[in-house]
Design a protein around this ligand. Structure first.
Ligand code: GLC
Length: 728
């Protein structure tokens, strides 16, 4: 029935109306200032215009939401953040345009809409797909009431280079964890839990390989062997399409010389024809036009023709489709089938969302989350607590008893807006709990001293006062939310500004110092690791960050996070990741091996690393060949004096294969909660079908031979057994 409706609609549509569906607009700002809007943004970005002045100009400017084009069926989708406005625009589309095709409203909802939860890089550290699904479900409900039916999420770009600012938006360096994250997010966003439970269309991004931009420099070129592409970078996208992801966004970058935006092989052959994406592909912002800068298109029209023919169905923000496709079709450069396929895909997503039957929000729906429900805040807090990674705790400085006299230091600790991290658009300041607010509630004898922060400020008097107060110093240092995310690559990933100097002064008072990191990427912490007894990775955890951090520092909640990305000792090691090939000369102390003269052999904190307030021991690893799968069991014991959660990780190594394989590959993980002294068996069944790899021709290879199976508390702390496996 839905297909028939689409076909009959398609048959009625003029070419202009078809192209209208392929056109996504953003409200443009008109009037109220003398410079073009783009120039205004540049002025804010480079500081020629303050945020306050910008806000003042925007308060007088009008928004043009392209009402006239909507009326003539010239717009298929809009990016709008105001539910009343979406209803108003939807009414024009449905009741005033000739065919009444509803608009699709999309927005960047990456880690929460109003209830912002941890950035993806942090949430991946929970190794808890059920939790990842719950937070996505919450975001779908909240954003739906805000008029948003399409999230430009999840971002599932594998990233191995901490210099890249967008590592903050995705699930880290490992394809197994990233695929579990991707599946959970698709299920959470697109699958209602009961009949009237709102759901949204997901948008897998950025398709594909964006995280491998050379030098970690955003938007830079991407080159890689196709066997690596298929076995690592494509994996989370493949997993998400299998889970029913409706749409995808083409990435800015070229892959091996062909920009994804015009890459027919990637968009049609791989994503649509082989993986079977049911919906459509949207470009990234302005990306069709940028194909001219890439040097793959002679002009806008050429870029539009190439993109449409390559399978890029919707144009985000350039109007190139609107301005050039009609003539390109009439001249035969773009076959009508290409247009029909794109429009069919776009209409099928609108149909799947039920927009034809229910295009409007009711008043009740619009105001459902004017006050955030306690269970949403509790979920954000839980996700925050479980995303925190205890990197170091020498002498068990942590947890801190509630009566401790704490000197809380760092301007980041008192800036409640910083907790939301990169790519949070729809939150309210009053919902955000700063680390200072959370800590003051948990520790009555706490005093706060700003002392300085990531922008380079440092106040010697405040440092003196902080050092003179109390028994322990808790220093909250790291990055502002603007230092990660899009267009935020850093060539030096140590603590920015004078924060290390600040830390050195604090250490000079001879009291224990706890370093709490607020940051959006792995940082190079070799110096901090040598000098600071306790280091807690707290990322940007969202609106409940203050309570999540206080609960973990006080021991009310146990730290259970495990790193989703390796931390380098020094920036020069980037890209650094655990699942690397051995090389013929694996790094060792002897000179002629693969390492640096001026840096440690390996990452500082490896993928999967994370301590607890107790300790665990793994022993007695057993691997049994059960025919279709390897049954793996390992004994886990809580050898400490507190309850805790351990994430037991299962890795494998294909010791010899027809192409070199990583020294370790995560294949599964199990979380176990144990009381002091308690023992259990963690079990994982590894299907033999999952033990292969893709070659350059995308052929999946299962090759008989010796495999090493590992069980570990991190990718470095493991026990292992060797098995010979025969697949035939
Ligand atoms: C941005 C980002 C993309 C986002 C889009 C719309 O440039 O690359 O992740 O979804 O534009 O805001």
């Amino acid at each position: 029935a839905q297909r028939d409706k689409i076909e009959s609609l398609l048959a009625e549509m003029t070419l202009e109306e078809k192209i209208g569906q392929m056109n996504q607009e953003s409200p443009s700002i008109v009037g109220g200032f003398e410079v073009p809007f783009g120039e205004l943004i540049e002025m804010v970005t480079d500081g020629r215009l303050s945020n306050a002045e910008f806000k003042k100009i925007m308060s007088t400017a009008q928004q043009d939401c392209h009402e006239d084009e909507i009326r003539t069926g010239g717009v298929g989708s809009l990016m709008v953040q105001d539910p009343a406005k979406t209803n108003e625009l939807q009414k024009i589309a449905v009741e005033e345009s000739r065919l009444g095709i509803p608009l699709l409203f999309g927005l960047d909802v990456i880690h929460g809409y109003r209830t912002v939860y941890p950035i993806a890089l942090a949430e991946a550290c929970t190794f808890d797909p059920a939790l990842m699904k719950k937070t996505a479900r919450m975001a779908a409900r909240e954003s739906h009431s805000g008029g948003v039916a399409w999230h430009f999420a999840p971002m599932v770009d594998i990233a191995r280079d901490a210099r890249w600012g967008r590592v903050s938006e995705g699930p880290g360096e490992d394809p197994c964890l990233a695929s579990a994250f991707a599946r959970a997010k698709i299920e959470g966003l697109q699958e209602p839990e009961q009949a009237d439970d709102p759901y949204v269309a997901a948008c897998l991004k950025h398709y594909v390989g964006y995280g491998a931009c050379e030098g970690g420099r955003d938007y830079n070129t991407v080159n890689m062997a196709m066997s690596l592409f298929y076995s690592v970078y494509l994996q989370p996208f493949q997993a998400a399409v299998r889970s029913g992801a409706q749409t995808a966004m083409a990435a800015f970058n070229d892959l091996n010389g062909v920009p994804c935006t015009v890459n027919k092989f990637l968009l049609r052959d791989v994503l649509k024809d082989t993986l079977g994406l049911p919906g459509f592909v949207v470009s990234d912002a302005n990306a069709i036009k940028e194909c001219v800068s890439h040097g793959i298109a002679a002009d806008d029209r050429d870029a539009g023709v190439q993109a449409a023919c390559a399978g890029l169905d919707m144009d985000m923000g350039t109007n190139i489709y609107k301005n050039h496709l009609k003539e390109a079709v009439e001249s035969g450069q773009v076959p009508m089938e290409v247009i029909d396929d794109a429009v069919r895909r776009i209409l099928s997503v609108k149909m799947w969302l039920g927009l034809f039957d229910n295009p409007y929000l009711t008043e009740e729906e619009m105001h459902r989350f004017d006050t955030l429900p306690q269970e949403h805040l509790a979920l954000a807090r839980e996700a925050g607590e479980k995303s925190i990674v205890l990197l170091k705790n020498e002498g068990n400085v942590l947890p801190l008893s509630p009566e401790k006299k704490i000197a809380l230091v760092g301007s980041l600790a008192d800036d409640r807006e910083e907790v939301v991290g990169a790519w949070a658009l729809s939150w309210r300041k009053e919902d955000c709990v700063s680390i200072r607010a959370g800590m003051e509630k948990a520790f009555p004898n706490l005093q706060y001293f700003p002392c300085g922060g990531p922008e380079g400020d440092m106040n010697a008097d405040e440092i003196q006062r902080a050092g003179a107060y109390g028994d322990v110093v808790v220093a909250v240092l790291g990055e502002t939310k603007a230092m990660s995310g899009e267009a935020s690559s850093r060539a030096d990933v140590t603590l920015p500004g004078k924060q290390r100097e600040l830390l050195e002064k604090l250490l000079g008072f001879g009291k224990p110092v706890v370093l709490v990191l607020m940051n959006g990427r792995p940082l190079a912490l070799e110096w901090e690791d040598r000098h600071v007894p306790a280091i807690v990775e707290a990322w940007h955890l969202g609106v409940q960050m203050g309570h999540a951090v206080a609960n973990v520092l006080s021991g009310k909640a146990m730290p259970e996070g495990k790193l989703s990305a390796s931390f380098p000792a020094m920036t020069g090691q980037c890209p650094v990741y655990y699942n690397h090939p051995s090389t013929g000369r694996p790094a060792s102390k002897s000179k002629f091996t693969s390492k640096y003269l001026d840096a440690p052999l390996d990452s500082l904190y490896p993928f999967g690393h994370g301590l607890s307030y107790t300790s665990f021991a793994l022993s007695d690893l057993q691997v049994n060949d059960a025919g279709e799968a390897l049954d793996i069991r390992v004994k886990v014991e809580n050898t400490g004096d507190r309850a805790g959660v351990e994430t037991v990780q299962f890795y494998m190594q294909d010791v010899a294969a027809s192409i070199v394989r990583p020294v370790k590959e995560l294949k599964g993980f199990v979380k176990v909660r144990l009381a002091p002294g308690e023992k259990t068996k963690a079990a994982f069944s590894l299907p033999k079908q999952d033990m292969g790899f893709f070659d350059d021709q995308w052929k999946y290879r299962l090759e008989n031979g010796v495999f090493r199976i590992f069980a570990g508390s991190s990718s470095r702390e493991c026990i292992s057994e060797e098995v010979a496996v025969c697949f035939s």
